[in-house]
Every structure is written in structure tokens, then in C-alpha cells.
Design a protein around this ligand. Structure first.
Ligand code: TXA
Ligand code: MG
Length: 330
């Protein structure tokens, strides 16, 4: 059931459900999350079951502010505090040493915990109301079945997880791809997942270079979003250069049924056969990120079997989008 994030009574209903150990489809600025009280093991178990996600894959715990970090993490390094003060609330997740005995199930049994304070006003309202009731954090992975495309609208969540789930509608997500994840447990910051907040922004904010994970001796944490194949729509995704998709379209001639193309330039009319679908990639990386998952979902919903996507430029601002596209195509 979808309820409105702009109606106080509905927000209250969502908060009550969370505090009672129920699940909630929660809007954030990145993607919708499937939220539960991070310290309630039964509630967290429901997340893993609903998503079909292996229980050893850790979840991100969302908090109302940096003040709540101490409930879940200990020995927070100075550079992590700098990142929080610079980017929270916002699309940045920090992996921190987990406080003993806290949110073990949500952390997938690891001795670290991923924390994030989202900037979506509805998410913050829910988190603040939960904190007043002693629920200091909400575990929330993206609200999709394991390995599938993340949802960026309430309707996506419903089509992914069904009518029975309570979903708080906060509109379409502004960022559109998941948060940047920085591991802060290894003495130096390590980028685990690229997102809207770039490498350069992180390095400037904490005055440290991001370390390359393979250059470090310590063991790398598990991160499911970093599996080679992830964010996959039902259709087969192929990444191509502009020259490649043009040549491939010429070779197909009129046989373009069940084919969709997401590219910067529109193909010449004579190259677009029957049943062919085209959408333009915005030239601005932030806008492309915002549209990425809903474009993939839309193509799927129209029964497309093959999705061709023009590879975005190899520039820092495109890193998050390129990462998701590579995994969708894997
Ligand atoms: O933007 C986002 O981060 C969204 C919204 C809902 O906040 N959430 C999200 O959650 O993308 P999820 O579960 O789909 O991806 C979380 C990623 C996974 O790759 C997980 O393995 C990693 O974070 N992660 C969480 N806790 C971790 C930990 N303690 N150590 C290493 N990786 C962790
Ligand atoms: Mg996910």
C-alpha cells in the first residue's frame, strides 16, 4: 500500500509500523530503501527474506544525524568525521567499526557497520520521529529483489515487492543511483562504490588520497553492490560506442523489434525500424543518473528484449553511472 509522505498522519503511520518491527518502503534522495528497525533482529530478518538477499550481505543503517553514529559505531577516525560534517545529510555511506553488540544482524555479522544520513526530507522526518521513540537507526537496502534494478519511485517499489508492503511516497528520487560508499575501517579512506559524490570531492573534504583496495594488506569487506552482475533489468544490456550502435542498427535493417536504445544522439529515422524504442541520455551526468534506473525499468515494462546503451564518457562525473551500466551489462 502506498501512503503519502506529505501527510503527517501517513508519516506517523509509517513511523509506528517501523517502531513495531514492520517493514517500510522509504524514500531517500538516492533510491527507495526497504527499511526496518536496525536493532530488531526479527525485523531485519524480514528484509533479507523479502529481498531474497543472502543474510551475510550487510545492510546500510540510516541515521537522523551524525549524533546517532555513536549508537552503532566506535573508534570513528577523524577523516570519517570530516566526511560526515561535509556531506551529511547526503548520498554518502561510511563503513565504520561496529560498536560491540549493536545491529549485528543488519551488519551481516561483520564487525563493521555502514552508516548514512540521507537528505530526503521525508526520510529525515521518519528518522527523527523514530529516534524520539528510541529507534536510533533504520537498516535499509535498496527496495528491489536481490541483484535487480533499484527503485526510484514508490510505484517501482510496489511493482518490485508487492501490494502488501507499506510504502511512503516521497516522489521520484533526485540522485537516482545509490550512495557513494567509503570504507573508513582501514586507516585510510577506500572507495567501495562510486556515486554522485566523487572521488575528488571526498579527497578534498578529508585531505587524504583514496587508497586502492588491492594496495592494502587488510581484508576487504563484502559489498553486494560490488558484485560484477548487479542492477540488472530483465532485458539483455549491451554497452556500445556511438559508432558501434550505428553500425549495428544499419546491419539490422528493419529487424528492430524488441530493441531499445539509450544514446546521446537520436539515430537517423531510416535506422529506426518497427517496434524500435529510443530515449536520449542527458548530456549532464547528474541528470543521466537520475533517469538511469527508471529508463531501464521502462524498457523492461514495454517488453524490450535487448537494450543498447551508449557508453558515457570516461570522465569523473560519469563514474557512478558507468559503474551501474557495466554491472547491468555483465
Ligand atoms: O543509496 C543507498 O545507499 C541506498 C539507499 C536506500 O540508502 N541503499 C543501498 O543499499 O544501496 P544496498 O543494500 O542496496 O547497498 C548497500 C551496499 C551493499 O553493497 C553492502 O554490501 C554495502 O553497502 N555495505 C553495507 N554495510 C557494509 C559493511 N559493513 N561493510 C561493507 N559493505 C557494506
Ligand atoms: Mg541494492
Amino acid at each position: 500500500m502506498i501512503i503519502s509522505g506529505t501527510l503527517p498522519a501517513h508519516v506517523q503511520q509509517a513511523v509506528n509500523a517501523l517502531c513495531a518491527g514492520e517493514l517500510l518502503g522509504l524514500p531517500t534522495e538516492t533510491v527507495y530503501g526497504l527499511a526496518a528497525d536496525a536493532r530488531n533482529e526479527n525485523a531485519v530478518a524480514k528484509i533479507f527474506k523479502t529481498k531474497g538477499r543472502p543474510a551475510n550481505h550487510p545492510l546500510i543503517v540510516h541515521v537522523a544525524s551524525a549524533d546517532s553514529v555513536a549508537h552503532f559505531a566506535s573508534d570513528v577516525p577523524a577523516f570519517a568525521n570530516q566526511l560526515m560534517s561535509q556531506f551529511w545529510p547526503g548520498p554518502l555511506t561510511l563503513i565504520l567499526p561496529r560498536k560491540a553488540g549493536q545491529a549485528a544482524a543488519a551488519a551481516g555479522g561483520q564487525n563493521s557497520v555502514g552508516l548514512r544520513c540521507p537528505s530526503h526530507p521525508v526520510a529525515l522526518e521518519v528518522l527523527q520521529a523514530c529516534a524520539l521513540k528510541g529507534v536510533w537507526g533504520l537498516a535499509a537496502p535498496s527496495a528491489n529483489m536481490f541483484g535487480r534494478v533499484s527503485p526510484t519511485t514508490a510505484a517501482h517499489v510496489q511493482s518490485e515487492l508487492g501490494q502488501d508492503l507499506l510504502i511512503l511516497d516521497g516522489g521520484a528520487c533526485h540522485v537516482g543511483i545509490e550512495s557513494t560508499i567509503v570504507d573508513c575501517t582501514r586507516g585510510v579512506p577506500v572507495l567501495l562504490r562510486p556515486g554522485q559524490i566523487s572521488r575528488a570531492q571526498i579527497e578534498v573534504a578529508c585531505g587524504l588520497k583514496l587508497a586502492h583496495p588491492t594496495a592494502l594488506q587488510t581484508e576487504s569487506p563484502r559489498a553486494s553492490g560490488t558484485l560484477a552482475s548487479h542492477y540488472a533489468p530483465a532485458a539483455k544490456v549491451r554497452l556500445m560506442s556511438a559508432t558501434e550502435w550505428r553500425q549495428a542498427l544499419e546491419a539490422l535493417g528493419p529487424h528492430t523489434q524488441n530493441l531499445a536504445l539509450w544514446s546521446f544522439e537520436k539515430p537517423a529515422t531510416e535506422l529506426m525500424g518497427a517496434g524500435f524504442l529510443w530515449r536520449g541520455i542527458p548530456k549532464q551526468a547528474d541528470l543521466a543518473a537520475q533517469q538511469l534506473f527508471s529508463v531501464l525499468r521502462d524498457f523492461d515494462a514495454r517488453g524490450v528484449r535487448n537494450i543498447w546503451i551508449e557508453t558515457p564518457p570516461d570522465l569523473p562525473e560519469w563514474e557512478g553511472v558507468r559503474d551501474r551500466l557495466k554491472r547491468a551489462a555483465a
